[in-house]
Design a binder for this molecule. Structure first.
Ligand code: NAI
Length: 329
């Protein structure tokens, strides 16, 4: 049996920790935020909620479908019956497809919550430093608390944060140098006093500064009232407006919704915004090797396997497999 430190309680970290524990190892999971799920995020407000991070996920491989079937059976996720449209310079274009899109229920991180049952989880604990002690690792948080010792440390934070913790001389640093920085994304959620009358539940927006609009209140397991919309902004605009004001974000979101509905909107009753500094990797680089056996350091995260939620799961699943094989003899 080995003892692992997992940094990050998003989907990749939780998949990794759960599979290692199921194989008889022990894990301690460290998360700087108050909640688990990472970019699988839902914020609750007075009488409403909205998913401000990942909006939905798709399934591309039979292997991941098997996993999602288990999540479905446990009631952690459900298909979202959405027929997206495209909103471009010429207006709204129908764009139906055969893609099944899933969401967590009642909130996006439901599967991460479910997987974390029984795991040793340290929330609001920001890992600051790794210390090698013989062939083991000790962790320090930003309050000077010490944890460990561990047989290996597994970093599942976004690229910049993982790089900051990666010990110098790790062979994993070389492929990372070719990986571009992760890109930001502003998200805005808005509720209306009355139904908007907008037909589509979601739009891929191909013109302007918003690139995604979704009626969050149309997702399964959510209340239909108040009508709630989420807008995501393009990476370029978000990068150029990292300090965008509430009113600018709201104006842009409402302008995009007016174009989608081709009419005026009821009054806004509540709103929140969220700035994701590390939303997507922006490169299709796949990290081949995720474990440095010399230093006992592993890497996982959606950015190591493409941008999708499936990539986050696959990265955790693959690293778990590598470690289970490594510690088998
Ligand atoms: P997907 O396969 O539904 O969509 C991938 C992309 O293909 C979409 O962004 C859209 O541009 C296009 N597309 C898909 N269906 C379309 C249709 N019916 N008509 C017109 N265009 C269509 O979903 P996938 O790849 O599983 O990703 C999940 C979602 O999360 C995507 O929308 C993706 O863009 C988004 N995402 C957003 C991030 C952010 O920071 N805002 C970060 C990572 C993913």
């Amino acid at each position: 049996m080995a003892v692992f430190a997992v940094v990050g309680a998003g989907l990749s970290g939780m998949t990794l920790a759960r599979e290692l524990e199921q194989a008889g190892h022990r894990c301690q999971v460290f998360e700087k935020s108050r909640g688990r799920g990472g970019r699988l995020a839902t914020r609750r407000r007075d009488g409403w909620q909205a998913d401000h991070g990942a909006q939905y996920f798709t399934v591309r491989s039979p292997e991941f479908q098997q996993e999602v079937d288990q999540w479905l059976a446990r009631g952690w996720v459900a298909p979202w019956a959405v027929t997206p449209v495209v909103l471009d310079r010429d207006g709204v274009q129908p764009s139906p497809d055969e893609q099944t899109r899933y969401v967590g229920v009642p909130s996006m991180n439901a599967m991460v919550q479910g997987m974390s049952e029984g795991l040793d989880l340290f929330l609001q604990t920001r890992v600051d430093r790794l210390e090698r002690v013989g062939r083991q690792w000790r962790l320090w948080d930003d309050q000077g608390e010490q944890y460990g010792q561990f047989d290996a440390v597994l970093l599942t934070a976004p690229l910049a944060q993982a790089l900051a913790l990666l010990p110098p001389g790790s062979q994993l640093e070389v492929p990372l140098r070719g990986t571009t920085a992760m890109l930001p994304c502003w998200a805005v959620a808005i509720t209306f006093s009355e139904p908007t009358g907008i037909e589509a539940d979601a739009a891929f927006v191909k013109a302007g500064v918003v690139n995604w609009l979704a009626r969050d209140s149309s997702k399964p397991g959510r209340s239909a009232e108040p009508e709630t919309w989420v807008a995501h902004f393009t990476a370029q605009w978000s990068a150029n407006h990292l300090n965008a004001s509430d009113s600018l974000l709201e104006q842009q979101c409402l302008a995009a919704l007016r174009r989608l509905g081709q009419s005026e909107l009821p009054s806004v009753t509540d709103r929140f915004k969220h700035r994701w500094l590390y939303a997507r990797s922006g490169s299709a680089n796949l990290l081949g090797e995720a474990y440095d056996a010399n230093l006992a350091i592993g890497l996982a995260g959606d950015w190591t396997q493409g941008d999708r939620l499936e990539g986050a799961w696959r990265s955790g699943h693959r690293l778990a497999k590598t470690l289970i094989e490594h510690w088998a003899d």
